[in-house]
Design a protein around this ligand. Sequence first.
Ligand code: AMP
Ligand code: MG
Length: 417
Amino acid sequence: MLLSVEDAQAMILNALAPRPRVVMRPLTEAYGCLLGQDVAARDDIPPFTNTSMDGYAVRADEVSAARADHPVVLTVQDTIRAGHWVSSPLRPGHCFKIMTGAPVPETADAVVPVEWTRPAGAESVAILQAVAPGQNLRYRGEDMCQGSLVLSKGTRITAPVAGMLATLGWAEVAVVAPPKVAILSTGDELREPGEALPPGTIRNSNAYALYAAIKEAGGEPVLFPKAPDDPEVIRQRFADAAQSCDLIVSSGGVSVGDFDFVKGVIESLGTLTLWRVNLKPGKPLAFGQVLGTPVVGLPGNPVSALVTFELFVRPAIRTLLGDPHWARPVVRLPLVQNFSIVEERRHYVRARLVLKDGRLALWPHGNQGSHVQTSWQDVDALMVVPEGTGPYQQGDELEAMLLSLDHVRPLGHEMPI
Ligand code: AMP
Ligand code: MG
């Protein structure tokens, strides 16, 4: 019996010993990182009571009788601009002209929007409508109260979080250092993009796909020179990577071919904990450790490498970061087409997400070959087809792992390929 995906995930994650390191980073370089500490508000935010409208700061009781046909006329005492502080108290029968974001003096308690006024001579304004006390004011401390916890450790730094940190004055922030993830490609046939391509050779695409996937997952990719199918060279690469990285990800050489040496190298330098999982594509996955560093040996086919990255490496990177929420969301969605492929193993099917009558639905790609890269470029979900089940009809619901929502289109407006 092959190991299930869930058992393999549990074995891999349990074997990791996360030791998240906290480092300081400039805020502009912290996007996507996890906060390394709880953040309390250093100040009240807003730091002073200010106006949410361009208008006139008044005492509400002085304008309570104002109507369009019976305006209250006030003398404009001064103009308060954003970024400027006016300390003189508001005198009776007066108002301050005031701009959005400008501090409201304590002696005023409401702002009449400029649209509710009309000029009344050079130094006066006619108020056409009453305001309630507090109306159009943004009170000091209303958003964040000095000393209160506003962001917790482990929060991902997104645009709104970066804005909050900047608001609180953090030029540099404590973040969890991305784990270093070594990329080792194996195969006599591999040539880098830009190199000559003699007959029988192909491009090393996995290294670059994995580089991007590791970054997206929150790791720091470290590219090692590719290794030919030579156990000595592969051993050397693994030993080098184990010295300097927190996790090693190899691709290729892990199946049952005569020149698949990765498993043997893992065993010779450390331990092989698991090999082969009940899934398609990606069955020959290997996991273990070399010289104390965890190793995931991914299969070589480009799609198998990325599917197994999603299922095993991304969760490992998230776990090393200290993130307990490593799992992608799984949702049940209907098929917009029949799906007739039946596999003995659990099948992770590349599927587009489309909008049909305003609801998300699954549209699996036709060619599911594990060498076919074009059927991943617009994919937002891996549809999970239980082992031995199918065929499925249009409208049947299946579980899908959501990878992104980047390519969602109304049905009929999907990407051209
Ligand atoms: P292997 O697991 O080494 O037998 O490789 C399986 C398939 O994946 C073969 O067709 C390899 O040529 C291909 N492959 C292996 N490594 C890579 C790579 N780094 N980039 C692209 N294709 C690869
Ligand atoms: Mg190979």
